[in-house]
Write a protein that binds this ligand. Structure first.
Ligand SMILES: [Zn+2]
Length: 377
């Protein structure tokens, strides 16, 4: 069992790419001798490892401490596609094993199927069940503030489904549910481009649009778990009807679903964003107009976000090969022209590509994040 100081050391290491004993001592305002004693126990317990950075010629480099990849394992299940993707990750976020299952729409049967697949994943890597810390699940829809109940998911056709309890009964594991964009933001915070960022927002761009926000190093879920519904911010008052019942939402202008709909309305000879970009490059005015509209809408929404929260980083998560070109150019121009001159160009944008296993890995990251943030103080 870790004491409070050792738990704090774990949290510091998760938010870094490795720290020296001296840096940890400074952060925690403890003596280096006290830190060394704490770390010795954690090294012996197999939680941490030491690495020596390459010598840069400026004195002996400090030994850096990191969490060991094999110090803990997590499972993640994505319910976003036709098939359920289930992955096993280590403490560095590497996918060690994965499988896919048919997504049974009945929650109890789905929980049974996921539970039945777990022993096979562990056996592939010769990991014993007691090394497994938890299972995260990501889905499209609303998750309650306790991250235990799927309040509503149009994709799954669920209302008030207590999925965590069903899965817990089947697996005996701690279960954490999370909405898709929030899970992806957690994944980038734990293992990706936002590891060191304390305040950042992630925008996911696909058939729908999602967002999630970290403030002061913590995921902001909102009072009811509903923070981040950027897709339904009104960008064009009185505009196209949205599936949410309102009009002119960001989703109706900039999601891939909306872009494909505009292609059909204009009878354009293309079916994907890449083909639309190619058509625009050839000078097709309808293709250019669709991309302008989508880029402008995304840029406006992101500019408002920057104006309200002043994040240190924006992460755009997009489909493979689908976010370069005119859409991105217009979006960047719209961001610059709609934020106050004093902060123009001060918010770096990072983009990541959503791969087939990204959502399941994000789900597993949610379990890892819970493990770290819920360490008692
Ligand atoms: Zn809407």
């Amino acid at each position: 069992m870790l004491n409070a100081h050792q738990q704090q050391i774990l949290r510091l290491l998760v938010a870094s790419h490795g720290m020296s004993r001296t840096a940890i001592a400074e952060k925690m305002k403890l003596s280096k001798a006290a830190i060394s004693t704490l770390i010795k126990t954690m090294l012996q317990a197999g939680l941490l490892e030491e690495s020596v950075p390459a010598n840069t010629g400026q004195g002996r480099p400090s030994v850096l401490l990191k969490m060991r990849a094999d110090s803990a394992y997590f499972l993640g299940a994505s319910l976003l596609d036709e098939d359920v993707c289930l992955v096993l990750i280590d403490m560095h976020g590497h996918i060690l094993a994965s499988t896919t299952l048919t997504r049974d729409p009945t929650p109890a049967r789905l929980a049974e199927a996921i539970a039945a697949a777990i022993p096979g994943l562990l056996a592939q890597q010769q990991i014993s069940p007691d090394q497994l810390i938890g299972l995260g699940v990501t889905l499209s829809g609303f998750v309650d503030e306790h991250q235990a109940v799927c309040v509503q998911s149009a994709l799954l056709g669920w209302q008030q489904v207590p999925l965590a309890a069903l899965l817990q009964a089947q697996t005996g594991l701690e279960i954490t549910l999370e909405n898709d964009a929030k899970a992806l933001a957690v994944s980038e915070k734990m293992f990706g481009v936002a590891k060191k960022a304390r305040n950042f927002s992630l925008i996911s761009h696909g058939d729908g649009i999602g967002s999630a926000h970290f403030f002061a190093g913590q995921l902001h879920r909102g009072a009811h778990g509903g923070a981040g519904e950027i897709a339904h911010c009104t960008i064009e008052p009185g505009g196209r009807p949205c599936r949410c019942g309102k009009r002119g939402c960001l989703d109706t202008l900039a999601s891939l679903t909306a872009i494909r709909e505009s292609m059909r309305e204009n009878a354009l000879p293309c079916h994907s964003l890449i083909e639309l970009e190619q058509l625009a490059m050839k000078g097709n005015s309808a293709a250019i107009a669709i991309l302008h509209q989508a880029g402008q809408a995304l840029g406006l929404a992101i500019a408002s976000l920057i104006q309200m929260t002043d994040p240190e980083l924006i992460v755009i998560a997009h489909q493979p090969d689908a976010f370069e070109g005119l859409l991105k150019t217009v979006m960047l121009q719209a961001i610059d022209s709609h934020v106050l001159p004093a902060i123009v160009g001060k918010t770096p944008l990072s983009s990541i590509v959503i791969q087939p296993e990204s959502w399941a890995r994000a789900a597993a990251s949610v379990a890892a994040y819970r493990f770290i943030v819920q360490l008692p103080d």
